[in-house]
Ligand binder design. Structure first.
Ligand code: SF4
Length: 314
C-alpha cells in the first residue's frame, strides 16, 4: 500500500508506530551506551521466553545491530521447560523466518519442580534457579559473552519496592550484572523502556506470544500488589514513575544509613565531601515543583542509518 492510498486513520497509526519504535530504539541504545552493555566482538545470547518483552528485545537488538558502530553477534535461545501445552513449534518457526542463529534447549525443569515442591506452594524460586543454571551453561557452550534478558524499567521499579516492602533492602534489578562465579555478564537492554511501550510494540508487530501461565503456578501476589500500586501512582501523579527511576540513578550513600556504603564511623573534621554528599544538615531540601523526567525525551528525531554511536540511537 502506498502512502497516498492510506486513510487518515492508517497514516496516524503509522506515524504513532514509527514514533514508538524510535523511542524504544533510542531507549535501548542509551541503556547500552550508559552501561557499556555490548562491546565490539561480543556474542549476545538473547533469552527468548515467547513473551512480549523478550520478542521486543530481540527485535530491537537485531535492528540496532544493522547500524551499530561496532560488530556483535546475536544468538537467540529458548528454554523449553516441558510445561504441559507448550507450543514447541512457535519459536523455531519464528526464528527460522528471521534467519538468525538460535538454539532451543530442552530440559524438563517443570517435572523437577513438580516433584520437589509440594502442591499449592509457589514454584517460581526453584524454577528460576534451575533456569538460570541452564542458561549460564548454554551461554558457555555457545561461546556467548553477554546474556541479554528482557526485563524493563517497570520490572526494575517493582523489584525495588518488593525488596523494600518485603525484604528490608534498598535494592532493584541491575542493568548489568556479573554472575557469582564471575563467568557470565547479564545485561538488560530494555532497562529504560516502559512496559506500556513494549506492550504496544508487541501488539503492533503481532509477535506470536506464548502464554506465560502454562506451568500452572500461582501469580506472584506481592509483585501484583506492587505493580498495581505503581500503576495507580502513575495515573494519579503522571511523571512519578520516571522520577522514581531517576532516583535509582542518583544515589547519595552519605544520606542513607548503610555503614557498608559510607564510612560514617571514621568521618573526620576537615574532610572534604563531594558535591552530592554535601552538607544540608540545616537546609530545607530544594525540590522541583515539576517531577524530573528521565529518558523520555520524545522530541529527538532519528532517521534509520544515521547512527553514529549507541548513545545516539533513537
Ligand atoms: S511462573 Fe512458572 S515458569 Fe515462570 S518462574 Fe514461576 S514456575 Fe517457572
Amino acid at each position: 500500500m502506498t502512502e497516498a492510498t492510506l486513510t487518515q486513520q492508517e497514516k496516524k497509526q503509522k506515524y504513532n508506530f514509527n514514533k514508538l519504535q524510535k523511542r524504544l530504539r533510542r531507549n535501548v541504545g542509551n541503556a547500552i551506551a550508559d552501561f557499556n552493555m555490548i562491546e565490539d566482538g561480543d556474542k549476545v545470547m538473547v533469552c527468548l521466553s515467547g513473551g512480549k518483552d523478550s520478542y521486543t528485545l530481540l527485535d530491537i537488538l537485531l535492528n540496532l545491530r544493522l547500524n551499530a558502530p561496532i560488530h556483535f553477534d546475536i544468538v537467540a535461545v529458548n528454554l523449553d521447560q516441558k510445561q504441559p501445552g507448550f507450543p514447541e513449534h512457535i519459536l523455531p518457526d519464528y526464528l527460522s523466518k528471521l534467519g538468525i542463529e538460535y538454539k532451543i534447549v530442552e530440559e524438563n525443569t517443570y517435572g523437577i519442580v513438580k516433584e520437589k515442591i509440594p502442591e499449592g506452594k509457589t514454584t517460581c524460586s526453584l524454577c528460576s534457579r534451575l533456569r538460570r543454571g541452564i542458561l549460564y551453561r548454554t551461554a558457555t557452550e555457545l561461546g556467548a559473552t553477554k546474556i541479554a534478558l528482557g526485563h524493563h524499567r517497570d520490572d526494575m521499579l517493582e523489584t525495588l519496592f518488593l525488596n523494600m516492602f518485603y525484604g528490608g533492602k534498598l535494592k532493584a534489578m541491575p542493568p548489568k550484572l556479573l554472575s557469582d562465579d564471575g563467568k557470565q555478564i547479564v545485561i538488560r537492554p530494555l532497562a529504560y523502556c516502559k512496559e506500556k511501550d513494549i506492550e504496544k510494540y508487541s501488539i503492533a508487530k503481532e509477535f506470536p506470544i506464548i502464554p506465560c501461565n502454562l506451568c500452572g503456578s500461582q501469580p506472584n501476589l506481592q509483585r501484583q500488589v506492587v505493580k498495581e500500586m505503581l500503576q495507580t501512582w502513575d495515573r494519579q501523579y503522571p511523571g512519578r514513575i520516571e522520577t522514581m527511576f531517576s532516583a535509582i540513578q542518583n544515589v547519595t550513600p552519605s544520606h542513607l544509613c548503610d555503614p557498608k556504603l559510607f564510612n560514617f564511623k571514621h568521618l573526620q573534621q576537615g574532610e572534604l565531601l563531594s558535591d552530592i554528599e554535601g552538607d544540608i544538615a540545616f537546609d530545607k531540601e530544594d525540590l522541583p515543583a515539576i517531577p524530573l523526567l528521565a529518558h523520555d525525551n520524545d522530541e529527538a528525531e532519528f532517521t534509520d542509518g544515521e547512527m553514529i554511536s549507541f548513545k545516539e540511537v533513537n
